[in-house]
Design a protein around this ligand. Structure first.
Ligand code: IPE
Ligand code: IPE
Ligand code: MG
Length: 246
């Protein structure tokens, strides 16, 4: 019996977010260049997306490139951008076959033109798919996103279109790149690092966090299933007492 059979289908997280970390170390362990790790990370992405679809996860968000990752050596940044373009081109068919809608968050205008173009085309092509929304966080950081939101809210107030008294949590959520997505119930990070690295700080307020030492290129759907099984064993209290939840 596969591990997915143990998962309660009536208690699935609607939205799973993943920090895909450890590509560089994976390559180094094999005596290869870091780029080799990124290339093999693509296989992990494909299997994870298919596993999520198979299970019935409606939203999957993958941290693919952070604002801070621009500070990496130029050669690595270039390789990552090229890999992104070629992957999106190659994988659009897999997305269509699995009825996955491609979405992106982050400062997309900062991406190389061909990258942004390829992304827009794949998003348009898959826009009618209803089974799962796959969001790539690209040139994304949560502080950048929150700063953008603060600026926009200030503009609305300045223009007399918004009363500061009407600013509430819902309004702030609607100003974020993730306005159309529910908050993730589960956040997974690979490679053993125990940190959030500027990812979805607002949205993860009540997410369950799951950390695995596995390096991203070794991650497969079974690892996703294991994380979800672990999630299902937890009691999500949202500030209340255990008794209140009974
Ligand atoms: C994650 O793997 C991929 C990106 C951040 C783009 P890393 O490249 O961070 O791999 P490590 O953490 O150095 O092993
Ligand atoms: C987080 O990984 C960003 C992505 C996975 C895209 P990093 O490897 O950049 O994070 P730090 O630098 O270890 O915190
Ligand atoms: Mg890393």
């Amino acid at each position: 019996m596969g591990i997915s059979a143990l998962i309660a289908k009536d208690n699935l997280p609607k939205h799973v977010a993943i920090i895909m970390d450890g590509n560089g170390r994976w390559a180094k362990e094999k005596g290869k260049f870091r780029v080799f790790g990124h290339q093999n990370g693509v296989l992990a992405v494909r299997d994870t997306v298919e596993g999520a679809v198979e299970l019935g996860i409606q939203y999957l968000t993958l941290y693919a490139f952070s604002t801070e990752n621009w500070n990496r050596p130029q050669l690595e940044v270039n390789a990552l951008m090229e890999l992104l373009v070629s992957t999106i081109t190659k994988e659009t068919k897999t997305l269509m076959d699995n009825e996955v809608r491609l979405n992106a968050i982050g400062d997309l205008d900062s991406l190389p033109k061909n990258c942004h173009q390829e992304l827009k085309e794949a998003m348009a092509k898959t826009s009618q798919n209803k089974r799962c929304t796959l969001t790539l966080a690209l040139s994304y950081s949560s502080r950048w996103e929150l700063t953008q939101a603060a600026k926009h809210i200030a503009e609305l107030v300045k223009a007399g279109k918004l009363d500061p008294q009407d600013i509430d949590e819902n309004l702030i959520s609607k100003q974020l790149n993730t306005a159309d997505l529910p908050d993730p119930e589960l956040m997974i990070r690979t490679s053993g690092e125990l940190r959030i690295s500027n990812f979805l700080l607002w949205q993860l307020a009540y997410a369950e966090l799951y950390f695995t030492p596995k390096l991203w290129p070794d991650f497969r759907r079974e690892d996703l299933f294991e994380a979800i099984l672990d999630y299902q064993k937890r009691e999500r209290r949202f500030g209340m007492t255990s008794e209140q939840l009974k």
